[in-house]
Design a protein around this ligand. Structure first.
Ligand code: FAD
Length: 303
């Protein structure tokens, strides 16, 4: 049996969907990237477990794709299966100030729902257009807060389909990274939030969002900050003082609003973006002596 037939067998008779030859540009905020051999929206834990075992048995590469807001997909696409978590894998349950979240849930939706319920701790996340899973993997954050700060434990799935609970310490949260990418998939987390006044929390969330919209580009396609901030400095500042704002290669341009954002302004290719990344790194190193490391993840490249 071909692996594609075996895949269809796994997801038949369910709320999950599979598409073959799916353009990943449709599933990334950059709007860039070729096709995935298959793209699945998986809606149950048991099917995700079956996909984990399938991945092992057939040795087909698999990538979990959250909202694609921190992802650059290669122009030749991904020779494997892209998986998005929906349905029971995107659920939200609130019990007092303890919140269980599925990895497929949208971060802005979590932020809005929590503020309405008078729970504080994720106000910073309204302007971060990722999923809970992506925020856990990246330890996404803004305004001095990071997602890991409110996480008490995380559930991951191994490539045998087993669910494993991890403590906060075992998740190894650091600045814009975690140890969670060692597993097949992150399926969810438990958060402990601070009870407070819903109006005050909502006002704080909206103030953060307003400040973000005023200082970062929101109209053009991009993947958020391209580079991690080096210790004690800001990548945006270094790019700015290196005179790179507005620099363009092909259809990719350094934002004139915030230097750490690369924009897809005119049908940019992944190659345009990577050429621009390399140029920025070389110029910043030459002018400031600092080596910038990328924050955006890559999919479908050889390295
Ligand atoms: C306009 C804009 C503003 C942004 N602002 C911020 C900001 O203020 N702060 C910030 O930290 N980030 C910011 N980002 C970047 C991005 O939103 C975050 O990194 C976010 O957490 C990524 O989530 P995602 O679901 O989109 O992940 P993706 O981009 O889909 O994936 C990122 C990585 O996580 C992996 N992954 C995703 N879900 C899972 C899962 N369930 N299990 C295993 N692996 C998984 C993917 O395989 C990939 O390696 C911004 C992006 C944009 C476009």
């Amino acid at each position: 049996m071909e692996w594609k037939d075996a895949l269809l067998d796994i997801i038949k008779d369910s709320g999950s969907r599979v598409r073959f030859g799916e353009p990943l540009a449709k599933h990334t905020y950059f709007g860039i990237g070729g096709e995935a051999t298959a793209y699945i929206e998986v809606s149950t834990v048991s099917q995700l477990a079956a996909l984990a075992r399938f991945h092992r048995q057939w040795e087909v590469p698999v990538a979990i794709i959250g909202r694609g807001s921190n992802l650059l997909v290669s122009d030749t696409g991904f020779n494997g299966i892209g998986i998005r978590l929906v349905g029971e894998l995107a659920k939200l349950q609130v019990d007092g100030n303890v919140v269980s979240v599925g990895a497929g849930l949208s971060l802005p939706r979590l932020s809005k729902t929590m503020s309405r319920q008078g729970l504080s701790g994720v106000e910073f996340a309204l302007g971060i257009p990722g999923s809970v899973g992506g925020a856990l993997i990246m330890n996404a954050g803004a305004w001095g807060s990071s997602f890991g700060d409110v996480v008490t434990d995380v559930t991951v799935m191994t490539d045998t389909g087993e669910l494993v609970p991890l403590t906060h310490a075992e998740a190894e949260f650091e600045y814009r990274r975690s140890g969670l990418d060692a597993y097949f998939c992150v399926t969810g987390a438990t958060l402990r939030l601070e009870p407070g006044d819903a109006d005050t929390i909502t006002a704080r969330m909206q103030a953060f969002y307003k400040q973000k919209v005023e200082t970062q580009p929101f109209a053009e396609e991009n993947a958020g900050c391209m580079f991690k901030n080096p210790p004690g400095d800001s990548a945006g500042r270094l790019i700015d003082v290196s005179g790179l704002k507005g620099h363009r290669i092909g259809g990719a341009e350094v934002s004139t609003v915030h230097g750490n954002f690369i924009l897809n302004i005119d049908n940019a290719t992944a190659a345009d973006v990577l050429d621009l990344v390399a140029y920025i790194q070389q110029q910043v190193r030459e002018k400031t002596g600092i080596s910038l490391q990328t924050e955006v993840k890559r999919l479908g490249f050889d390295d």
